[in-house]
Design a binder for this molecule. Sequence first.
Ligand code: 5GP
Ligand code: MN
Ligand code: MN
Length: 328
Amino acid sequence: MVANNFLNIVANLKQANKVLVLGHIMPDGDDISSVLSLTLGLKKLGKEVIPAIDWKIPSYLSEIDEVSLIRSFEEVDIKNFAPDIIAIVDASSPDRVGRFSQYLNDYNVLVIDHHATNTLFGNINWVDPTFGATAQMILRINRELEVDYDERLALINLLGIETDTGFFRYSNADERVFKDAAALISLGAKPDVIARMILENKRLEQFKLLSRMIEKLKIESEGLLAYSYLSKEDYEELNCTDEDSGGFVSEIRSIKGVEVAIFFYEYTEGEVHISFRSKEWFDVGKVALLIGGGGHPRAAGASVKGKIEDIVNEVVELTISEIKNQKP
Ligand code: 5GP
Ligand code: MN
Ligand code: MN
């Protein structure tokens, strides 16, 4: 879905005094970057802003001091704050904001997102899947609002562009991505600082977990599909949490000849997250939608309840038949 209400969104933000900025559950770099870049931009304009996410913030991002501004669901007294606007970033459907979704009917909701699967659930939606990262859309909003960028804001804004493009490697890393990154680097952002923080900050336990994931790796569809999974016990046994397996799905995709990679992980007993990635032609967003999730053609996900082994079998079967359908 596409909806171009950029100027309308900017006008609404300009008028507002109090804004609640929401990110999505299981937040990633683009989400944290977008939440904080919008928050810091609006604060610079003198507005009262509360950024909030109904999920634990991944510890690999907590080296960014500003992350401590982000409130949990319990910490937001929405009646007392009485925001003029709820601005939701990088979330494609109301369930993605977790328990905050119960407030959406009572407020003016702005949705700013780059997922093609967006359900346009806001009162005003700016949804444009041609952007590699929602953080690029926030950059445009801040520019239109004439926000003065300092080095911190530039760094935080660049974070989302780096992470959602796999550090400028994925097919969404187009000319505009490089131009936006260059603009933020001119404003003082250091891309290598972000890359080291996220890519070169691993605990030794994470390598043991990676090794376990590789032991369980399976190949199907004549080498086109590769998948693996980790259960709650795997994490506990190796003194890890699901945070430690960030990036595993990209490792699976990196296998020569593999078009589709799937990584399943049991983040809570009986609840499994499924990460899909593809390289060139397979639309993983379609498969994710079929099982109640969403995402992009080359990166998508879904969360499902049940026994991990059953979920693995069902989703692998579904993907194998979808590969036959989509094969060029
Ligand atoms: P990841 O595999 O990193 O969790 O997610 C990859 C992409 O799919 C991201 O763009 C993310 O926003 C989207 N995604 C992941 N899980 C879900 C989900 O449960 N629902 C929806 N709608 N999108 C998801
Ligand atoms: Mn995201
Ligand atoms: Mn994103």
